[in-house]
Design a binder for this molecule. Structure first.
Ligand code: ZN
Length: 397
C-alpha cells in the first residue's frame, strides 16, 4: 500500500481544522467532547487541532459547560476579538464603511461623502485615492488585536469579474475596466476582495439577516433600487457564475418590444419593477432623495404613488416567479431602497407571484425583506473575508 503523500495529510488536517472551526463558529459555545462526537474524529485528534486553533488565536476557552456526569467540560468559542475586518459599500452618492470583529459584530460605522465630481479621465484614480485614504485612517484607529486587520471587502454597484476582482463596468459613473484590487492589496498589505453589491448583500442577509436560519441553504436576494440585481446562495455558497456576472436579472426580458433600457435591449424587468420605474411612472426624475419623497407622500396616503408601487409589486412578482421556476429557492429576500415600501408592495407582489404557481395547490413562496438595511452589502463584504480567513465551509449546512 502506498503511503499517503505529506501534501495529502496536511490537506486532510486543514479540512478537519476548518470543520472544527466552522462548528465552533456556528455553535457559539461547544466542548471538545461534543466536537469529537459530531465530527467522528477521535478525542485526541480534536484536542490536538483545537490546541493549534487556540495558538493561532482563532478559538478561545470560555468557562465550563453543563456536565453529563463527571467533570464539567471546558467550552470553546470563536475568538471574536482575534482581529478586525473592514467592509465597504461603494454606493452611488457616498461610501459606507463598517469595521467588524471576527463574528461580524459592527465595531464602527462611517458614511463618507465622495471628495469630488468623478467626471473626466482622472475620476477613477481620484476615487481610488480617496478610498485608500479612508482605509489608511481606519486602520490606524483599529483596536489592538493579535491578528490585526484580516482583510478588506469592497462592494461595487456594477459588474465585477470573479475571482480577479476587475471592475468591468460601473453604470452610474460609466467607468470600465478598473483593477483596484492589486493596488489596494499593495497599499494595505492584506487580502482585498472586490465583488458585486447584490452578491455581498446576499451573503450578509444569509449570515446575519433575513436568511440567517439553520436549514436555509438556497436563498435568492434581490437588490431593488435604480435597477435590479440578484445575489444567489445556492447549496450554501454564493453562486457567481462562470465569470462573476451571475444575477444580472434586471436585464431579463419581460415585455417584447417594451420600454427601452440602458443596456440597449427593450422590455427589461428593471424598467417595470424597480424604484426608478416607480419614479418614471409618476413623472419624477430618479435622483438622490427620491425614496424620502415617496415615503413622505405615502404617509399622506397618496393614491397615485400607491398605484405605482402596486404596479411595480405586480411586476416584481412576475420576475420572481420566473426565477422561482428556474431555481426554486427556499426563500426570497428583497433589499435595496425598494424594500422600504414593503408594506405597500407586498400584497400585489405576493398575489402576482402566487398566481404563477396556481397549478401547485399547496406551494407557498416565502418573500421576506432585508433585515440589515443599508448595512447588508458592507457586512457581507466583511463576512466574505472572515469566511476566507477561517477557510469556512457553508455555515448553514
Ligand atoms: Zn436592460
Amino acid at each position: 500500500m502506498n503511503k499517503p503523500a505529506s501534501g495529502d495529510s496536511s490537506f486532510l488536517k486543514n479540512m478537519n481544522k476548518s470543520t472544527l472551526l466552522n462548528m465552533v463558529r456556528a455553535q457559539r459555545a461547544v466542548s471538545r467532547a461534543e466536537l469529537a462526537k459530531r465530527t467522528k474524529l477521535t478525542r485526541a485528534t480534536v484536542s490536538a487541532l483545537v490546541e493549534e486553533l487556540i495558538e493561532e488565536h482563532l478559538v478561545v476557552e470560555t468557562g465550563t459547560g453543563e456536565s453529563s456526569g463527571g467533570r464539567k467540560p471546558v467550552m470553546l468559542e470563536l475568538n471574536a476579538s482575534a482581529g478586525c475586518v473592514i467592509g465597504i459599500d461603494l454606493r452611488v452618492t457616498n461610501l459606507l464603511m463598517l469595521v467588524t470583529d471576527m463574528r461580524g459584530v459592527v465595531l464602527k460605522k462611517q458614511v463618507i461623502s465622495y471628495d469630488s465630481d468623478p467626471g473626466g479621465a482622472a475620476g477613477p484614480d481620484r476615487r481610488l485615492n480617496q478610498i485608500i485614504g479612508v482605509l489608511e485612517e481606519a486602520v490606524i484607529a483599529l483596536p489592538e488585536s493579535p491578528l490585526g486587520l484580516i482583510g478588506v471587502g469592497v462592494g461595487i454597484h456594477g459588474f465585477v469579474e470573479y475571482p480577479s476582482g476587475r471592475i468591468a463596468f460601473m453604470p452610474h459613473t460609466g467607468w470600465k475596466n478598473l483593477q483596484w484590487k492589486s493596488v489596494l492589496e499593495e497599499r494595505l498589505g492584506v487580502p482585498v476582495l472586490i465583488d458585486n453589491e447584490a452578491n455581498l448583500a446576499a451573503l450578509g442577509e444569509w449570515e446575519y439577516g433575513a436568511g440567517a436560519n439553520p436549514g436555509c441553504t438556497n436563498m435568492l436576494y434581490l437588490s431593488v433600487a435604480g435597477g435590479i440585481g440578484a445575489g444567489l446562495i445556492l447549496n450554501g455558497e454564493l453562486f457567481r457564475g462562470g465569470g462573476g456576472f451571475a444575477g444580472e436579472v434586471g436585464h431579463t426580458t419581460l415585455e417584447t418590444n417594451g420600454r427601452p433600457c440602458s443596456c440597449g435591449n427593450k422590455g427589461c424587468w428593471e424598467r417595470y419593477a424597480s424604484e426608478q420605474a416607480v419614479a418614471g411612472e409618476l413623472g419624477l426624475s430618479y435622483a438622490p432623495g427620491i425614496t424620502e419623497e415617496l415615503l413622505r407622500r405615502m404617509k399622506e396616503k397618496d393614491a397615485e404613488v400607491l398605484a405605482a408601487l402596486q404596479q411595480a409589486g405586480a411586476y416584481l412578482g412576475i420576475g420572481i416567479g420566473n426565477m422561482m421556476h428556474t431555481l426554486n429557492p427556499q426563500m426570497i429576500v428583497i433589499g435595496g431602497s425598494m424594500s422600504r415600501y414593503a408594506s405597500w408592495l407586498h400584497d400585489s407582489l405576493q398575489q402576482s407571484l402566487q398566481a404563477r404557481f396556481s397549478y401547485l395547490s399547496s406551494f407557498r413562496v416565502q418573500v421576506d425583506y432585508s433585515q440589515l438595511g443599508e448595512d447588508g452589502c458592507a457586512l457581507g463584504a466583511a463576512t466574505s473575508l472572515i469566511r476566507e480567513r477561517l477557510r469556512l465551509q457553508p455555515a448553514n449546512s
